[in-house]
Design a protein around this ligand. Sequence first.
Ligand code: SF4
Length: 364
Amino acid sequence: MTEYQSMPTRDSQRTLQLADEIRRVATRCWNIMEICGGQTHAIMQYGLDQLLPPEINLIHGPGCPVCVTSLEAIETALQIAQQPGVIFTSFGDMLRVPGTSQDLFGARASGADVRVVYSPFEAVKIAQSNPDKQVVFFAIGFETTVPSIAASLIHAQRNQIQNFSILPANVLVPPAIRAILSSPNNQVNAFLAAGHVCAVMGYTEYEPLAEEFSCPIVVTGFKPDELLTGILMTIHQLETGTARVENAYGRVVTKGGNLTAQTMIRTVFKPVDRQWRGIGTIPLSGLGLRSAFSAFDAVRRFQVDASPVAESSVCIAGQVLTGVAKPPDCPAFGKACTPTSPLGAPMVSSEGACAAYYRYQKAN
Ligand code: SF4
């Protein structure tokens, strides 16, 4: 039994109506990528992929912040966390992501002071309470999490909190879409853009991508009817040969986004090239600190060896994150790699595609 069958009657009827409409409108095969890991989980949780006609192939994108954080960033985090006098803080999921030989949990077990926080401001408070320690926050995530990180740095600068710094590893969605569409292996015909990212950034920066690559992009929410509405709108565009940005999440997203949040981001950060785990370097896809805030850069503050490190030969996360393969295509899926013994980040994170397939396919 899929969970859409246990939704309130009105919601499940709407969901089934939308699936019928998609079946009626689609005349050929289309590959549609949902960028966001939260959307991937909702699709798997509610069995939406099973409601769709076989012509509609949902491809899961690289929108899981934990999954795309590079091995180099994790190794740097481990090196900093193990230095004397450091309190290393991070969102919880990052602690279980494997580095080359251990994860941050392992570092904690070996004596490093590694703490889970729920916001960067919590890390700032830890710094204020521990003036004799250096407190570092592992700054991962997409545009959604960046405003709070920027606000914490503005606060730290204003209040001269000098024992706080961040390890910058934030990433941006539009350059990732460009990289996927530019790849010779690209199979994606249309995108569902992540509603919460667009709530911050708006959606004007997606318009040049839709036009240049003739690729429909629909800003989409996270509930079953919102996801199916977004899918239906992309299929309408694909079937009629149009390619523009549409907003199916108007109750939350405006075209311009949250201007206050964007100003904070621009004040603190600038676009930089960034390494994505399993994918490689994507130009201008990350955020680095502007010179006015560079004193808060943990990489400058601590001695770290940032040499390149080799990815696991077993894990095909790069193919999963770019939609070239699905988690069950990985030989390790559900065997050598499970949520209790993950080989790669997509099996660790609550937003990872491998974890979603493992959890919901096994449950159905
Ligand atoms: S199942 Fe595990 S090993 Fe395979 S791609 Fe996913 S995370 Fe990597």
